[in-house]
Design a protein around this ligand. Structure first.
Ligand SMILES: [Zn+2]
Ligand SMILES: [Zn+2]
Length: 656
């Protein structure tokens, strides 16, 4: 008999091995096997199939080697891990062996000795959370299902999750998985869950020692742990009886693994694994992704709002949206300038978020503020000045170009302005406003050499030495501000015209981030030239559902996720003809697409026009996941032209 083995290596193939007599009866799919592989004498792989020699296609094999030994008595995963890995490989394009490896690569070769489970102690009584009541009742009675749990904007996760797991894990054997976006959240959550499940809360993250790692793995698999709190890779842990898997902060970007293969989106893997295991899945966030919001609207997720109505109007910063068409020519509108002065004079700090330089300036009618928009996909258009031809308007998102209008169709005016306030201009304006005040600046996307200097600027603000910080949105993520009293977005709609179709969602999330940072008291100012946009319409109440409904409708109108699945193919070369030919190859390879999708492009990433290196990308919008997988495979299979670099990815988040 033969065994077909998968190894966690970047090759798109499997391997056949002879099974020695003594292993033949024990061998089964899902067991780990040790075998020689290439130059390695002992590599660990997983058995996919056991089959008679006549059923195997052995044309590629000169000689068959033998499996050395088996590491397991029974499959590591109760569900069909190879099938999940195959789905991951088709969905995000990584080799199947690496996808399957994500499940078992961390497994210890020998099970560590674990302590016996502690005697069931008296669980501590939980605080009453009236807004969670309905959700907890659903968890207590429904054995399966997938949920979207919207949390209150200032809710602490330690206050909510113990009650959720207590309600869901009433059965003695039932286990839970709690995934968090940051390992720094683990200690507080562990402390909060420990009284509910004394001695039976485990943790899993990248900084564990090998011994601890082995214990955590075995603790999850044996059922010793009632709850495992883990970072991203915990989604692949084995469980004896998983009953509830909860993804905390489901909107966080870190859940998307895009730095190293295998690529995956934790949220989607979690939903699929939970279904395969017959467990409940909960996606939790104060501002869920539009993908999840759409799934809830379509019935794929059951939504619960753990948001008490009273709290919407309760503590939280004051939010003011300033319509900048009323303050033509100003970088800071009068009310904002006054508020900054007041805040600093009162001993507070102010954070001012500006746009990235040259990133997304838009064209406006100087007289009435009318803005030309892309008829295909919606965003405001950028003025593109080329040396050769007359200026044209460019859509950053779909690449469409059109001539610059002579007159404004709204008012007949003939003067247009290019608008976009970067950090430098903003810093200058603030220096004039507040003479003698220390104003720090943090750009985030600076040249390598000055990154250290930028960090120092950020630190001086975080330590309270500088009263004002001007920065891009990236500053929000890295910031601590002891005396923060005011936050302002100078050019809040700038990024709405960017190449990223998630621009509005990301913009909303940074407003929310600033709102949280300000805490219960403070002022949040938003300057915009598109005050009528749904992003701003209910911002003063931080009413996420009304934003999310508006965004979902826009995604539907322009056929973006969750209504389509996107594959991005980018080509780069010193030779523009090479880029063009590669694009032609792609279009030919995707000719099967027809009514099942559409192709945008070629799009030139911002700032590329002036470079010597040419780069263009295409976005394929496929109607179904299956079609997207087919497009991804077709793009990956393109015969690469010399001198051209190919970058193909599914569900892209970057549009550079
Ligand atoms: Zn006009
Ligand atoms: Zn467009």
């Amino acid at each position: 008999m033969l065994a077909e083995l998968s190894f966690p290596i970047p090759l798109r193939r499997t391997f056949y091995y002879l099974l020695p007599d003594e292993l033949e009866l024990r061998a089964a799919p899902g067991l780990r096997a040790v075998a020689p592989l290439g130059k390695r004498a002992a590599a660990v792989g997983m058995i996919l199939r056991v089959l008679p020699e006549k059923d195997a296609d052995l044309t590629k094999f000169k000689e068959l080697k033998s499996v050395t030994r088996l590491l397991d008595e029974e499959p590591l995963f109760p569900e069909d891990a190879p099938a999940l890995a195959a789905w991951m490989a088709a969905r995000w394009g990584s080799p199947r062996g690496l996808c399957l490896g994500a499940f078992y690569s961390h497994a210890p070769q020998e099970d560590p000795v674990l302590p016996p489970p502690p005697q069931p102690g008296l669980a501590a009584p939980l605080p009453q959370l009236p807004e969670l009541k309905k959700f907890l009742e659903a968890l207590a009675v429904e054995p399966e299902g997938a949920y979207l749990l919207r949390l209150a904007p200032l809710e602490r996760r330690e206050a909510v999750y113990p009650a959720v797991f207590a309600a869901a894990l009433a059965g003695e054997a039932a286990q839970g998985l709690l995934l968090v976006p940051d390992l720094n959240y683990i200690p507080a959550l562990q402390a909060a869950l420990e009284p509910v499940f004394p001695g039976r809360v485990g943790s899993w993250h990248a900084r564990l020692t090998p011994k601890r790692r082995a214990e955590a793995w075995a603790g999850a698999r044996s059922g010793l742990f009632k709850v495992v709190i883990a970072t991203r890779t915990g989604v692949f842990l084995p469980f004896k009886d998983l009953s509830l898997a909860l993804l905390d902060g489901e909107h966080e970007d870190v859940y998307r693994q895009e730095e190293a293969e295998p690529f995956y989106q934790t949220r989607e893997v979690l939903l699929r694994r939970a279904r395969a295991l017959g467990a409940r899945a909960v996606l939790a966030s104060p501002c869920p992704t539009i993908e999840s919001w759409g799934a809830a609207a379509g019935g794929g997720l059951q939504r619960f709002d753990a948001v008490p109505a009273a709290r919407l109007a309760g503590p939280g910063p004051d939010v003011r949206v300033l319509d900048m068409t009323e303050y033509p020519g100003d970088i800071l509108a009068r009310p904002l300038a006054d508020a900054v002065r007041r805040a600093v004079a009162g001993g507070g700090q102010a954070l001012v978020i500006a746009g990235r330089k040259g990133y997304a300036s838009r064209l406006f009618c100087a007289h009435c503020g009318w803005m030309p928009r892309c008829k295909e996909c919606g965003p405001g258009l950028t003025l593109l000045k080329t040396a050769a031809a007359a200026p044209v308007l460019l859509c950053r998102r779909c690449g469409k170009r059109e001539p610059k209008p002579e007159v404004c169709p709204s008012c007949g005016g003939r003067v247009f302005r290019d608008y976009g306030a970067g950090t430098q201009k903003t810093q200058e304006a603030l220096s004039k406003l507040l003479p003698g005040t220390k104003i720090a600046r943090f750009d985030g996307d600076v040249l390598r050499g000055s990154l250290k200097a930028m960090k120092a600027e950020l630190e001086s603000f975080s330590k309270g030495e500088a009263d004002v910080l001007v920065g891009t949105r990236i500053a929000l993520r890295e910031l601590g501000a002891p005396r923060l009293k005011l936050a302002a977005f100078i050019d809040a709609d700038a990024d709405l015209s960017s190449a990223d179709f998630r621009a509005a969602e990301k913009a909303y999330r940074s407003f929310y981030g600033a709102w949280r940072l300000l805490g219960a008291a403070g002022e949040l100012f938003i300057q915009t030239r598109e005050a009528g946009h749904y992003v701003f319409s209910r911002l003063t109440e931080m009413d996420y559902p009304s934003f999310a409904d508006g965004e979902l409708a826009a995604r539907r109108d322009f056929f973006y996720p969750p209504f389509s699945h996107i594959v991005k193919a980018r080509f780069a070369s010193f030779d523009p003809r090479g880029v063009e030919s590669a694009g032609g190859d792609l279009l030919k390879a995707l000719s099967f697409l027809g009514a099942d999708g559409e192709i945008l492009g070629p799009v030139t990433p911002p700032g590329q026009e002036k470079k010597r290196f040419f780069s263009e990308y295409y976005l394929v919008k496929a109607a179904s996941e299956k079609t997207a997988a087919r497009c991804l495979a077709a793009a990956q299979a393109l015969v690469q032209r010399p001198g051209v670099k190919y970058f193909v990815e599914a569900d892209p988040h970057g549009f550079q």
